[in-house]
Design a protein around this ligand. Structure first.
Ligand code: BDP
Length: 336
């Protein structure tokens, strides 16, 4: 009897030992920060990215998407957290990244692209791939995974305006980017930074700013259209979105070079998905804010030209070191 019991015990111990030896290791868990709400094109793309990564790594890598700015309401803070290795991924606008990787200024200059098609021919071509490689080679600790669409940005204000003259002295919130700050100065307005996209509405309501600039979906989903009713169709920039990874956070979590290749492929595979979602949302948001009584100000070509002229020095001040890239973008533009 005793012998039997000892045998059973030994068997049990052996079984539990082999169990732990062969059990699948716990998955690598990494977080992704997103400022937009559920259902926004980039949020949907982040979630699709996470789903694909889990599938393609057979569940070894799990990415948890925190949307709505719940993890980082400020994109510069999310970028810094990635540099420190505290955050795995973030989907951000190119603008705040450009102060860490100045080469990115070349793809966010005002009036650079003729259309969304032109921008995508650039981003999906050699320039786009070179830029992603440059992010990784910049020594910033950031890895550029893919691009997403964010349409074009226009000014929105609490008062009516048509030309740069009308903007004189107004306090306008811009993203945390030296180029964007200078763009506002060149218009004769006062740039205000340090305000995350979720705090613009309150800043307009309290009079800290007179307006901001963004695309239809952000203007709509953040509720800013309720605070600043004038939307001026000057379309000054097309700033791409970028999905970033942190070199350090991935390394600390045990992501291998081979895994990183899978992660990059998964990210790329979500671009078309985001673009399709973007097209739908851009239309829906425009319709929704127009229906709500937003005053949409259409500009004549001559009025648009005044914005182009005012912003032209940015090419001299910020574009010069990347003239080859800007030339390449312009030559792609000849096809459009
Ligand atoms: C939106 C971008 C978002 C930026 C926001 C902003 O999608 O990433 O944070 O603009 O202006 O269009 O801060």
């Amino acid at each position: 009897m005793r012998k039997l019991l000892t045998l059973a015990l030994v068997l049990l111990i052996l079984l539990s030992l082999t169990g732990t030896m062969f059990a699948a290791p716990a998955p690598i868990k990494l977080r992704l920060s997103e400022v937009h709400i559920a259902g926004y094109p980039t949020t949907l793309a982040d979630q699709e990215f996470a789903r694909l990564v889990k599938e393609k790594t057979n569940g070894r890598i799990e990415i948890e998407v925190y949307y709505g700015g719940t993890l980082y309401g400020s994109e510069p803070e999310a970028i810094e957290a990635m540099i420190m290795g505290e955050l795995g991924f973030a989907r951000v606008s190119v603008s705040p990244v450009s102060d860490f990787v100045p080469e990115l200024n070349a793809v966010q200059m005002p009036y650079l692209y003729k259309s969304s098609e032109h921008m995508w021919a650039v981003l999906n071509g050699r320039v786009g791939q070179d830029m992603l490689n440059k992010v990784q080679a910049s020594g910033s600790g950031l890895i550029g995974l893919c691009w997403y669409d964010a349409g074009s940005r226009c000014f929105y204000l609490t008062k009516s305006a048509r030309t740069p003259k009308d903007l004189a002295g107004l306090k306008i919130r811009v993203q945390d980017s030296k180029l964007m700050v200078r763009m506002i100065e060149l218009l004769g307005a006062t740039p205000v930074t340090g305000i995350g996209p979720n705090d613009i509405y309150a800043s307009i309501m309290s009079g800290v700013i007179d307006g901001a600039e963004n695309n239809w979906p952000t203007y709509h989903t953040k509720g800013d259209y309720k605070a600043a009713k004038y939307y001026i169709l000057d379309h000054h920039t097309r700033v791409p979105e970028i999905l970033l990874a942190s070199e350090l956070a991935l390394k600390k979590a045990g992501v291998t070079a081979k895994d990183l290749e899978i992660i990059k492929e998964c990210a790329k595979a979500t671009q078309e998905f985001e673009i399709a979602e973007w097209k739908k949302m851009e239309k829906n948001s425009e319709a929704a804010v127009r229906a709500d009584g937003t005053i949409v100000i259409e500009l004549t070509p001559a009025e648009q030209q005044l914005y182009r002229d005012a912003m032209a020095p940015l090419y001299e001040e910020f574009g010069k070191p990347y003239q080859d890239v800007i030339d390449a973008i312009n030559s792609v533009g000849r096809l459009f």
